[in-house]
Design a protein around this ligand. Structure first.
Ligand code: NDP
Ligand SMILES: O=C(O)C1=N[C@H](C(=O)O)C[C@H](O)C1
Length: 238
């Protein structure tokens, strides 16, 4: 497939290596320096776009692809308050849009187990549940998209918790997501259930960006010939 890489930073470059190793071609790469050239890409020269940019840039890039008829896979985080706009655009243009806050198969298994454990733990009121996410110093958004998806999986089972809050806030009836930033941490997410007497933890630690890149290329291949809005649960049958 001819893959357009929108965002050519840490993820764009890792995806490029993964896509080439699987026999795909790179239709082009977009970063700040050549953002205006996005308009040169059409379904005639591009089979699919993979978008990993920035919270401020994601919706514009996704909109361009959907309006132009280019199927688009996005992993950008920090913009999901506008997700419904992307969904509507996809429906209006009969397009193809695949979104995941985290493309690694391991994290999506973690999401699955997280929901199962939350369903069991909500009956045990002596345990206080919280989430901790750790990332590298360059990360611009917090909490992480993965941290928010993890929170949503827990909240679905905890009717007494009304939404999540970041670590700059503490409200008793909300689920706390604590964010830590340290040099070179690729991505770590830990769910903790803590009582007076013990602690239960479920965690995922990414050793590199290869898992994210592999999942994004897999999603681009899977999206071929499909129309609609999809996520990892659709692709992995989780
Ligand atoms: N879903 C998932 O599995 C994962 C998601 N992510 C998310 O992906 C995104 C990118 O992460 P990462 O690659 O580490 O970030 P980087 O900062 O390393 O790269 C971002 C890239 O986007 C480009 N960019 C930013 N703004 C614009 C714009 N307005 N127009 C065009 N290009 C732009 C940057 O260009 P320039 O360098 O010129 O500024 C750069 O090439 C983040 O939102 C991150 O949270 C990350 C890992 C996994
Ligand atoms: O910015 C990152 O690096 C990552 N971002 C994603 C997120 O916000 O969840 C996924 C992964 O944890 C790495």
């Amino acid at each position: 497939m001819r893959i357009l890489l929108i965002g050519y930073g840490k993820m764009g470059k890792t995806i490029e290596q993964m896509a080439l190793s699987k026999g795909h071609q790179i239709a082009g790469t977009i970063d700040h320096t050549n953002a205006g050239t996005l308009a040169n890409y059409t379904p005639e020269n591009t089979d699919v776009a993979i978008e990993f940019t920035h919270p401020e840039a994601a919706l514009g890039n996704i909109s361009y692809c959907l309006k132009s008829g280019i199927p688009v896979v996005s992993g950008s985080t920090g913009w999901l308050d506008k997700f419904d706009e992307a969904k509507q655009l996809c429906e209006q243009n009969k397009g193809a849009f695949f979104y995941a806050s985290n493309f690694s198969v391991g994290v999506n298994l973690f999401f699955h187990f997280n929901e199962y454990i939350a369903g069991k733990m909500q009956a045990y009121k002596e345990y206080h549940v919280s989430i901790r996410e750790m990332h590298h110093l360059q990360k611009v958004d917090k909490p992480s998209g993965t941290g928010i998806t993890t929170a949503e999986g827990i909240l679905a089972h905890y009717p007494n918790l009304h939404g999540w809050v970041g670590d700059d806030d503490t409200q008793k009836d909300k689920l706390n997501i604590i964010s830590e930033r340290e040099p070179d941490v690729v991505g770590t997410h830990i769910v903790t259930y803590s009582s007076e007497v013990d602690k239960i933890e479920l965690g995922h630690i990414a050793h590199s960006r290869a898992g994210f890149a592999e999942g994004a290329v897999m999603a681009a291949e899977w999206l071929k010939g499909r129309q609609g809005v999809y996520g990892m649960k659709d692709m992995l049958n989780l």
